[in-house]
Design a protein around this ligand. Structure first.
Ligand code: NAD
Ligand code: WQD
Length: 343
């Protein structure tokens, strides 16, 4: 029996594939490579000495999904595939709703048809509305402020409705806080296309000299140093959370869990820790606030601790060290590695 990983060539998916393989699972990946590279699969192989079965395909193509379910005995699905850029979702709402919702509907249809009812879904802390008390527990008020976030919220509701209609389903919805860092080998990591939107890849690209300076979006929040506070989680801890989530699918149900550390750090905390750990300066300039940003966001992680027997063990120093190792070893992400190989 195998685990099907949608979007398994992506940032979080690739780290999860490594942990799945190391835990003895057979892994099948479907990915259209719209935001990832085939090189990832070689890196996973080098790291684990095991291979995933790979299908280059789109979840919008139902026939492709049927081929996979016909050809393999699939036990569970971990569903990472989707579009994830907040700004882009505001500019292209139709593409975001169509891709994220239709992909998931296809997946649910085909899973049901082949009697596979265990699904772990990548949701996001972005589903928590504003005005909640910190730390955010899973019962906090939900409401998204952009199309990307609304697709996550809608998918959560779709899954809950499927469970209400058929209690054979086992859904584990994981709300990730801010995943950063990379595998400690430096072999796999986050490879954003173009200029990064998120803090850590921006920091590493400034530190390596690809970008001149970091723009800090606001230093007038009511936080300890005025900059925004987030719950950064090491991507390997996050990947391990999926292994625990899979175990939880042994029983029917619909469950949501926060995956974070429970600890908030400001933008300046991240910069200072990065500089301290890696010995590289991160020049920055303070700009105005970025629209849509919350001042503070961090998780209550008790439910995952109690019910999934999971908690993050890697700290901000590990996240900064591993993000930097990945950046230094792969200055231009997977693309550069590819052109080195062909030269
Ligand atoms: P990613 O873009 O690196 O990975 C997603 C993968 O899915 C990519 O490899 C992409 O090529 C693939 N893909 C996209 N659309 C597809 C389609 N229609 N068919 C097949 N493959 C498709 O993103 P990630 O950071 O690894 O995120 C994984 C999941 O976690 C996403 O659902 C994202 O919304 C969610 N998430 C991410 C973060 C974050 O900060 N990275 C935070 C919360 C939630
Ligand atoms: C972190 C902090 C910024 C960049 C986003 C998505 C969310 C989820 C995770 C998918 C904030 C500040 C950032 C920069 C900065 N993704 N910052 N300069 O906004 O918490 O969450 O990624 O589900 O949906 O919105 O993460 O890394 O962009 O920002 O000062 O160049 O860093 O203002 O305080 P965010 P982020």
């Amino acid at each position: 029996m195998a685990i099907l990983v949608t979007g398994g060539a992506g940032y979080i998916g690739s780290h999860t594939c490594v942990e799945l393989l190391e835990n003895g699972h057979d892994v099948i990946v479907i990915d259209n490579l719209s935001n990832s590279s085939l090189d990832v699969l070689d890196r996973i192989h080098t790291l684990t000495n095991k291979k995933v079965t790979f299908y280059k395909g789109d979840l919008l193509d139902r026939t492709m999904l049927e081929t996979i379910f016909t050809g393999h005995s699939i036990e569970s699905v971990i569903h990472f595939a989707g579009l994830k850029a907040v700004g882009e979702s505001v500019e292209q709402p139709n593409r975001y709703y169509y891709t994220n919702l239709m992909s998931t509907l296809h997946l649910l249809q085909v899973m049901d048809k082949y009697n596979v009812h265990k699904l772990v879904f990548s949701s996001s802390a972005t589903v928590y509305g504003t005005g909640n008390l910190m730390p955010l527990n899973e019962e906090a008020r939900l409401s998204a402020v952009n199309p990307y976030g609304r697709t996550k919220l809608m998918i959560e509701e779709m899954l809950a409705d499927h469970y209400r209609s058929n209690q054979a389903w086992r859904f584990i919805v994981l709300r990730y806080f801010n995943p950063i860092g990379a595998h400690p080998s430096g072999m796999i990591g986050e490879d954003p296309a173009g200029r990064p939107n998120n803090l850590m890849p921006y920091v590493t690209q400034v530190a390596v000299g690809k970008l001149p300076e970091l723009n800090i979006f606001g230093d007038d929040y009511s936080t300890h140093d005025g900059t925004g506070v987030r719950d950064y989680i090491h991507v390997v801890d996050l990947a391990l959370g999926h292994i625990q989530a899979l175990k939880k699918t042994a029983e029917p149900g619909y469950h949501t869990y926060n995956l974070g550390t429970g600890q908030g750090y400001s933008v300046l905390d991240v910069i200072h820790t990065f500089e301290e750990v890696n010995g590289n300066p991160v020049p920055y300039r303070v700009q105005g606030r970025r629209s849509g940003d919350a001042a503070v966001c961090y998780a209550d992680v008790e439910k995952a601790k109690k019910e999934l027997n999971w908690e993050a063990t890697r700290g901000l120093q590990d996240m900064c060290r591993d993000a930097w190792r990945w950046q230094v070893q792969n200055p231009n992400g997977y693309q550069k590695a590819r052109s080195f190989q062909s030269n």
